[in-house]
Design a protein around this ligand. Sequence first.
Ligand SMILES: [Zn+2]
Length: 233
Amino acid sequence: MSEEEFGPELKVWMLEHFQTMAESAVWRPEGTGLRYRKKDATTLVLEHRIDHGQSLAHHERIKNLCNEVAIVMDDDDVMITPAALSMEDAYRQEMQERQKVASSWSCECGVYLSNMPLNKADAKYVGDREILLDEGDTTTVEDWALAVECECGKEILMNPDDYNLLAGDELFMRYKNGDGFYIKAMTRLDMLDYAMENRLGILVGKECPLSGVKVPPWMWGTYCMIVDGGEEE
Ligand SMILES: [Zn+2]
């Protein structure tokens, strides 16, 4: 196997990513079947790997990249689980695992996130972040969070995927318009209703066509309708 040349951008990305991780934070690069944990200021531990050639190849690559930027990779004691039968099974398995984890999250006051008023959540733009692509290039993505208020008054910022897990698609596929109501992605049934009534929905891009507010990426390119905040309570 030939040694891969990593570009400077990728090295910088890796270092920055590692440095911004909190100690003992978990990193699961999407679609790799890998789970890492930051052990201390210099060491990344491979905790879990799927028993699949692709997964191993991903890990070797990340390990080489880490070596280049003086991050120590500890992969001596890794838990290996069998590869699921299909990508779909693997996805379902991962979602179930994450759902289980998500249901145990709580505010520091003890209230579970799953018991908070998730229907009142508001999507917030956090900033831009560079991510690693499969081919070794990086790209910039927008970071967003769902802000939910706990009964103790603390604002909890949830990762959108986590929010989706807990709240479901119905609450996830919408955003709050600057005018105080929600713009929600239409289902096929909604669109049928609109078509029968000869009504038009709202085609949403990166900015709200009505109020001009920034739209979260998971809503880009959806066909939407206006619902008021109270509808789904
Ligand atoms: Zn609380």
